[in-house]
Write a protein that binds this ligand. Structure first.
Ligand code: NIG
Ligand code: FE
Length: 389
């Protein structure tokens, strides 16, 4: 088949021979340009939709590599945080980073994500934790969104990622609602709000207040739930009807079913257990019970990968997930929680959708889930532009 693209949109999908006849092209050419029409003969390579990463912490500065030895000694995430590591240490580095440095970091990360097929991603603030620095992070995302040939960004405000060391917990929660949220709304960049709802970070009650205030202010809702323990975040996700509740490793099965009933997506982030040495969720149960789920990278200082094919490989080669389910979770399903700024459909190859798709380096689409290190793609069409990898 041939995919006909005009501007940033897929016009039609037709038998290749029709195109060859219509444009009088030689058969089996490689690429050619005729009267402003560019033809790429993919020689039988498979094509999959542009990948959508529905959960990233794209922008931060610093290096937490020393934490790996602490984890190997048996220290928990909470213990490392109380020793001065964790989110707060990244906050210190990110606050002092210049806008231009964050822009350069973000650009390099976006280019790396594109090489492994990501054409659109959600990105959270949350390593600033003061009104000024959270606005700075969202502003850098907005600037990144104007740069061509990089995946587009769906910006999320995550002031409730942790409590900065210069305020008390109560003061911070209060200021999130009374000061940070209104400033974020005024700035007009964030589309969603997210909260780290986990015992030791933000309680179910605090998360509820914050998310309700965010919803009234016009933001869409996302959550981090049950990452380390079953903390009740899954139930709150249901009652608020959030777009997606992510991590969810310790969410009980009956709450998973309630999330399905409430139309709440579960965002599995297999890079986190991979990086932190935790066990995998029971994905066979998830697939069997037809839970709506996405897979995302959770790119952050502990989990430094932006490769969705790697996430698919973890699911297919470690958790017995069928490649088609894995690919759906990083394309069509992810597009539902993370819409494209053009307003067009994405995560699918269909007439009228954004012209975002990847060319698999081989004839079988399953190959996309079987190459955890190098990119499985020989090229990407991004907003209608052909980019060779
Ligand atoms: O989603 N869990 C909260 N936030 C990130 C990790 C943050 C960090 O450790 O810097 C996550 O895994
Ligand atoms: Fe996260």
């Amino acid at each position: 088949m041939a995919i006909v693209v005009e501007g940033n949109e897929i016009q039609s999908i037709q038998p290749s021979q029709d195109i060859i006849d219509e444009f009088g092209l030689g058969v089996q050419g490689t690429s050619a340009s005729i009267e402003g029409i560019h033809v790429h003969d993919l020689g039988g390579q498979a094509v999959v939709p542009g990948l959508v990463d529905g959960h990233t912490h794209l922008l931060w500065s610093g290096d937490r590599s020393q934490e790996v030895a602490w984890r190997q000694e048996g220290k928990t995430y909470a213990e490392i945080a109380s020793m001065g590591g964790g989110i707060r240490s990244t906050v210190q580095c990110t606050r002092s980073a210049l806008d231009e440095d964050l822009l350069a970091l973000g650009y390099a990360r976006l280019r790396s994500a594109l090489r492994t097929g990501t054409t659109h991603m959600e990105a959270k603030s949350g390593y600033g934790l003061s009104t000024e620095s959270e606005l700075k992070l969202l502003n850098v995302m907005d600037r990144l969104n104007t740069i061509e040939h990089t995946p587009s960004i769906d910006p999320t405000w995550m002031g409730a990622h942790d409590v900065p060391s210069d305020t008390t917990h109560e003061e911070y929660v209060e200021s999130l609602i009374s000061e940070q949220l209104p400033a974020v709304i005024d700035q007009g960049i964030a589309r969603s709000a997210d909260v780290f709802c986990e015992p030791g970070w933000f309680s179910v009650e605090e998360s509820e207040d914050l998310l309700k205030a965010s919803k009234s202010a016009g933001l869409r809702l996302r959550m981090h739930v049950d990452e380390f323990v079953d903390g009740g975040g899954g139930e709150l996700a249901c009652s608020l009807g959030v777009d997606t509740a992510d991590h969810a490793y310790h969410t009980p099965n009956e709450v998973r079913m309630a999330m399905k009933q409430s139309g709440v997506n579960t965002g599995f982030l297999p890079g986190t257990p991979y990086a932190m040495g935790d066990s995998w969720p029971d994905m066979e149960w998830v697939v069997e019970n037809q839970l709506p789920f996405t897979l995302a990278t959770d790119f952050n200082p502990n989990c430094q990968t932006l490769s969705l094919p790697f996430m698919c490989s973890l699911m297919v080669q470690r958790c017995n997930v069928h490649p088609l389910n894995a690919i759906e979770a990083v394309t069509a399903s992810a597009a539902k929680t993370t819409p494209h700024p053009s307003g067009l459909a994405h995560g699918v190859i269909a007439e009228g959708a954004v012209a975002n798709f990847n060319i698999v380096d081989g004839p079988h689409w399953e190959a996309m889930c079987l190459r955890p290190s190098a990119s499985p793609f020989s090229g990407t069409v991004l907003d209608g532009n052909f980019i060779a990898h």
